[in-house]
Design a protein around this ligand. Structure first.
Ligand code: URP
Ligand code: ZN
Ligand code: ZN
Length: 483
């Protein structure tokens, strides 16, 4: 059925204008003033509201098996919660266990995701290396629409990559025209510091940030970026959380390297004081990696987002309920790492970003949707309001407020890291490929209506990246005349 979004102000990454938006089937079919509604069309009144591209969250982990348990949010509940908050697409992660065939893992995750209620795609993690991994990266990129491969530089004895894997995989990604993405923390240092904290009697969640200081992230960010530079591979840093990593990104960008960086909404908004909460559960709820940081780092992250050093915002939505967190009651190293937030990203960023004047509405669209669509090569199918684009739209009330709470959220987790926070900026209506899935507080998502989105590799701009390394093409010294 057609849907006419009438009377709103359309906000895209580059402008704001008054227009109606007509959707039919999966896509936007007309944009303009005073559009006629086709017979039978549903009308959404957007008067006094903004009409924006649905959010894209480039970093979620629905039903992830991790640290001896499985994330509580599945692809249906998670994408439904996302829709309630104005996010219409997620990019989740296939994370094969070491030695697991990566194509088999990918197919397993595709099966799990069939229940999704909004569109989704997958980064594929490279957790080990041999020729089958090399070949399967090729198959994934050419036949399954995967243009990004993830590397965990932390989580020793589990999914951590050493430099040999990084070098092999980055090099292969370059060959394929795919993006290398990294979780940048030095896993060896984390392992050592965790042991030191534990031996000092710091067994509670307060030991977690002390074992993952900013330097640990800065070292890994710099190493990943330098490896990518030498190999000519574009690289994307997930969850950049501190000045040390930002400095590595800044230096590389100023040197002309193709580096992208993501920041999590929660790292911008919540500081590291949470780990000293007297209630063990509250502190444990915030155990995630990298950890929450001090206000000094948060201020730098905001500046990074405002200046374009940080390109995208995400949530790393990876929910573990309190009983799951209690696996680490006596040892913080066993608390499953992860927090929720897929439902709240758009609101908290609007509130703390736009209402404070840090971001304009168009900049908000860039960092919540368009930049992600462009970096991961699905623009303008996603991240745009254009005729022919997928009708993933939100109607946003910039003046309405709501108070975030576990009692009212739609996420499958028994706490909310933003509990009690009142935010101005509320998603009134969400359209997922032309279907109204959220309207005036009513969730209308349907199991299985989400679609897998192919992300083709990027042959076009890869060669420019390589030029940097080819400028000083080495030549052997001719010693034929010497004795
Ligand atoms: O603590 C986190 N971030 N858990 C999810 C896995 C990851 O590192 O992204
Ligand atoms: Zn991570
Ligand atoms: Zn993650």
């Amino acid at each position: 059925m057609a849907v006419l979004v009438r009377g709103g102000t359309v906000v895209t990454a580059d402008r704001e204008f008054r227009a109606d938006v007509l959707c039919d089937g999966d896509v936007i079919v007309a944009i303009g003033e005073n559009l006629d509604a086709p017979a039978g069309a549903e009308i959404v009144d957007a008067t006094g509201r903004y009409v924006m591209p649905g959010g894209i969250d480039p970093h979620t982990h629905m039903e992830l098996p991790f640290m001896g348990t499985v994330a509580s949010e599945d692809f249906f509940s998670g994408t439904s919660a996302a829709a309630a908050g104005g996010t219409t697409m997620i990019i989740d992660f296939v994370i094969p266990a070491p030695q697991e065939n990566i194509l088999d893992a990918y197919k397993k995750w595709r099966g799990w995701a069939e229940k999704a209620a909004c569109d989704y795609s997958f980064h594929v993690a490279i957790t080990w290396w041999d020729d089958t991994v090399r070949d399967d990266m090729g198959t994934l990129s050419t036949e399954y629409g995967v243009n990004s491969f993830k590397h965990f530089m932390a989580y020793k004895n589990a999914i951590m990559c050493d430099d040999e894997v990084l070098v092999n995989s980055f090099s292969r990604a370059r060959e394929l025209g795919a993006l290398a993405t990294v979780h940048a923390e030095n896993g060896e240092l984390v392992y050592r510091l965790q042991q030191e904290m534990f031996d000092k009697g710091l067994t509670g969640p307060e030991g977690h940030p002390l074992s993952r200081p900013p330097e640990v992230e800065g070292e890994a960010a710099n190493r990943a970026i330098r490896i990518a530079e030498v190999l000519g591979t574009p690289v994307y840093l997930v969850h950049t959380s501190c000045i040390d990593a930002l400095e590595a990104v800044e230096r590389a960008k100023l040197e002309g390297q193709r580096v992208f960086a993501e920041v999590l909404a929660q790292h911008l908004i919540i500081d590291d004081s949470v780990y000293r909460d007297p209630d063990w559960r509250t502190a444990a709820h915030h155990v995630m990696s990298p950890p929450f940081r001090s206000p000094e780092h948060q201020a730098a992250l905001w500046r990074g987002l405002q200046s374009g050093l940080l390109n995208t915002t995400a949530t790393d939505h990876c929910c573990f309920c309190t009983p799951q967190k209690e696996a680490g009651k006596d040892d913080f190293r066993s608390i499953p790492n992860g927090t929720g937030g897929v439902e709240d990203r758009m609101s908290v960023l609007w509130h703390h970003g736009v209402t404070t004047g840090r971001l304009t509405p168009s900049e908000f669209v860039k960092v919540t949707s368009t930049n992600c669509a462009q970096i991961f090569n699905i623009y303008p199918q996603k991240g745009a309001i254009e005729v022919g684009s997928d009708a993933d739209l939100i109607v946003w009330d910039p003046n309405e407020s709501r108070t975030i709470s576990v009692d009212t959220h739609h996420q499958n987790i028994d706490y909310n890291i933003y509990e009690g926070m009142t935010v101005t900026g509320v998603c009134k209506t969400t359209l997922s490929r032309g279907r109204i899935v959220w309207h005036d507080g009513e969730l209308r998502t349907e199991r299985g209506t989400g679609r897998y989105i192919d992300r083709p590799c990027f042959p076009k701009y890869w060669d420019a990246q390589m030029l940097k390394n080819q400028q000083a093409e080495p030549t052997p010294v001719d010693r034929s005349g010497s004795k």
